[in-house]
Design a protein around this ligand. Structure first.
Ligand code: DGY
Length: 322
């Protein structure tokens, strides 16, 4: 019977599928121990988390046939190194699109309307009655939402933003550009505007990031981009922390170069760049884009089905394209 290494238990529907597919061993491991276990030849498949780093060094000595990542993102895995070693990598696409877009919209609304400050204000006992100029924020209706990327989550965010009366612009593959056909745009023809990265950066009231982390998107939002944004603009990141140069973001927020930031992910996650937590013009969430009961169960099902298929020597339902 195939042996499956699980680095952190996933929700029950997934664990049940795994138990039916092979012998399951749950071991929470640091990098060195994970490398050791992967090289042992004991396991066919590893069910991994975003915090498990599968770099070229680890994969070079790994004797496994598959990695099923409990996430849609897979920037924790060196796909080229896995492919070179004949290791298939699978992920959980599709099921967390709506929940992540909800969090992007929530960050847009809560930064615009100063929700965290308002909540602290009430809890501290400072609320003494309605005031004409108490905690004034900005509207979202009529404002420009700029989407960096135009994949599933960006499109779901666009749908929500259009419902709130926002103008939506997008740049599909920043920092470079590429053509987008009408058929790719589908329901969005005539409703969203395709612009260059420069135009997106300089004209957005809210700039929301929806690109995968890669060498071309690492520090996509650097000092140059932050300083080119409107002073009234707000940066939203539900994608991956290292897409933003967080030290420069802290500087830009302190110096009021931009007005605020809503973040669900961090450059050195779970650590925060010094200074970030003390800034009032930020809303900071602990990477909860996919954190609903039903979404995490669906992710567990997909992840386990991927692992079960690979443990049986089959192609997983959701392989990552090498
Ligand atoms: C993912 O799946 O990539 C999210 O970041 C966590 O659910």
């Amino acid at each position: 019977m195939s042996k499956i290494l699980v680095t952190t238990p996933i929700p029950a529907p997934g664990m049940e599928i795994l138990a039916a597919a092979g012998e399951v061993e749950v071991l929470e491991l640091d990098y060195d121990r994970l490398a050791e276990r992967c090289a042992s030849g004991e396991y066919s498949v590893v069910v991994s988390q975003l915090r498990d780093r599968f770099d070229a060094a680890l994969l070079g000595s790994a004797r496994i046939t598959g990695i099923s990542n409990y996430a849609v993102g897979f920037d924790n895995i060196d796909i080229d190194a896995a492919t070179a070693r004949g290791i298939t990598v699978a992920n959980t696409p599709g099921v967390l699109t709506s929940s992540t877009a909800d969090i992007a919209m929530l960050l847009i609304l809560s930064t615009a309307r100063r929700v965290i400050e308002a909540d602290h204000f009430v809890r501290s006992g400072a609320f003494t009655g309605w005031e004409p100029e108490l905690l004034l924020g900005s509207d979202v209706s009529g404002q420009v939402l700029g989407l960096a990327g135009f994949g599933r989550i960006a499109r779901a965010t666009a749908r929500r933003a259009l419902g709130f009366g926002m103008t939506v612009k997008f740049c599909p593959r920043p920092p470079s550009d590429r053509e987008v056909t009408e058929s790719e745009l589908g329901e969005f023809v005539g409703r969203v505007e395709h612009v260059s990265w420069d135009e997106l950066v300089t004209t957005s009231d809210f700039l929301s990031l929806h690109v995968p982390l890669s060498e071309s998107t690492r520090h996509l939002v650097d000092a140059e981009v932050l300083w080119a944004m409107k002073n009234s603009a707000i940066l939203i990141n539900t994608a991956r922390g290292p897409i933003v140069d967080e030290a420069e973001l802290v500087r830009a927020l302190r110096e009021r170069v931009i007005a605020g930031a809503g973040l669900d992910v961090y450059e050195e996650e779970p650590a925060l760049t010094p200074g970030l937590a003390g800034l009032p013009n930020t809303v900071l969430l602990p990477h909860v884009g996919s954190a609903t009961v039903s979404v995490r169960s669906e992710m567990a099902r997909l992840c386990a089905e991927n692992a079960a298929a690979m443990a049986n020597g089959a192609v997983p339902p959701h392989p990552v394209d090498p």
